[in-house]
Design a binder for this molecule. Structure first.
Ligand SMILES: [Zn+2]
Length: 410
């Protein structure tokens, strides 16, 4: 439950229990209850709040008992943006970053008497500062005076502190009530759009030792005769099937030759840690896809041999892995059509471009003649961080390359 219901980024399956979703929706509804100007919210505020406090009498309501536990949490996580000031309580509401009653350590017993609205502390677009505040905290006076009083009658806004636009979405409400664990279960991300989820799921089950191999079936009480159908030389366990079986080792060696590394088949973490740090992001993604598809291919091979009495050769497994990687990556690539405009006869066209993807910056150029014949080109990584630098660098390098391509006339 704990592993399955954590987000993908933390190594789980991102499933959400209905009870958790309900709790998050209650927080979200409480937020709307305080913020919204809809009739239902105005009516509920009039019914459930009295001078900014929750009423203490018993109420027959189908929603109030659900949102009431989140009232304090919403108040703590929100801050008022000052407009006209007619909705904000001067002493008790959080419109300065911290409520004044907390800054001035005013006893709780007195809070219910402090019902002054912010608008009442403004006279002719200037602040009325009580003498008590000026005497206690001169810095606070400066802070209040620095708040600009709008000349237009803007509405007071309650904004969510942890939100970029101040609004609370259902997703943010869920993340607030049930934050993702900081320590992920898996050392890497498993779910990508270029890898089928069913294939990644095999690896996920392996990491959590939940594959229905003979070893695990025995643990659950099933009496089975166990043998690895791929090598017929040992009992079937997840570790043997996906790490130690000669069939698996040969596949990993073949992949290692293709990628120029040695894939360690001592344990799952070591296998995925065998990736070279020198690889580009694309090679890293392809290697990850290849390993994940290898796991899936081994499991499928085991199943068809065991249940369909078929036979799987090493070559067939290799071809399946190769095809699946290619198909997945091609389908996920976002390619855009560019119409190439031919140049004047005998002229050479240089098409340059720069690209910034996360922290990777690169530029390139292609030289073609008027018949669109490829004459040369380059693609290189550059240590700049913005796309303008990348575009300019592409032009500079293209000019240098063009200079080298021109044959001086005698
Ligand atoms: Zn085996």
């Amino acid at each position: 439950m704990k592993k399955v219901c954590t987000p993908y980024s933390a190594g789980g399956l991102d499933l959400r229990p209905l009870s958790n979703i309900n709790a998050a929706m209650m927080l979200h509804l409480c937020w709307k209850f305080l913020l919204s100007n809809d009739q239902w919210a105005i009516m509920c505020r009039a019914r459930f709040l009295k001078h900014g406090f929750l009423i203490r009498t018993a109420i027959c309501s189908s929603i109030w008992h659900g949102i009431k536990p989140y009232y304090e949490e919403v108040i703590r996580s929100s801050v008022w943006i000052f407009g006209t000031g007619d909705k904000i309580l001067y002493w008790r509401d959080n419109w300065l970053g911290t409520p004044l009653v907390e800054i001035l350590n005013i006893p709780i017993a007195v809070h219910k008497l402090l019902n002054t609205k912010v608008v009442e502390m403004i006279n002719n677009f200037s602040w009325i500062i009580p003498n008590d505040i000026a005497a206690l905290d001169p810095q606070l006076v400066t802070k209040i005076k620095n708040i600009i009083i709008p000349r237009q009658p803007y509405e007071d806004l309650l904004v969510w502190k942890d939100s970029k636009d101040g609004l609370l979405t259902s997703k943010q409400a869920y993340q607030h009530v049930f934050p993702a664990p900081t320590a992920p279960f898996l050392p890497f991300q498993l779910w990508y759009d270029y890898i089928s989820s069913s294939h990644s799921f095999v690896v996920w089950l392996c990491f959590h030792n939940k594959m229905p191999t003979d070893e695990n079936l025995r643990k659950r009480g099933c009496v089975v005769v166990s043998i690895c159908v791929l090598c017929m030389a040992d009992c079937e366990s997840a570790a043997h099937l996906f790490l130690f079986c000669p069939f698996t080792v040969q596949l990993c060696n073949w992949l290692g030759d293709l990628f120029g590394v040695i894939f360690a088949t001592t344990d799952y973490a070591s296998l995925f840690a065998s990736f070279s740090q020198a690889w580009s992001t694309q090679v890293h993604c392809i290697a990850l896809a290849a390993i994940i598809h290898t796991f899936h291919t081994i499991w499928m091979a085991r199943n068809v041999i065991r249940f369909n009495n078929a036979s799987i050769t090493l070559h067939a497994a290799k071809m399946k892995i190769r095809t699946t990687v290619a198909e997945g990556y091609t389908a996920a690539l976002k390619m855009s059509l560019i119409l190439w405009k031919s140049t004047t006869i005998y002229w050479i066209n240089a098409n340059t471009d720069g690209s910034v993807v996360e922290h990777s910056v690169a530029c390139g150029c292609v030289f073609r003649d008027h018949m669109a014949n490829f004459l040369g080109g380059f693609a290189t990584k550059i240590p700049y961080s913005i796309v303008l630098h990348a575009e300019l660098m592409a032009i500079i390098l293209a000019l240098e390359m063009a200079q080298g391509m021109v044959t001086p006339l005698d």
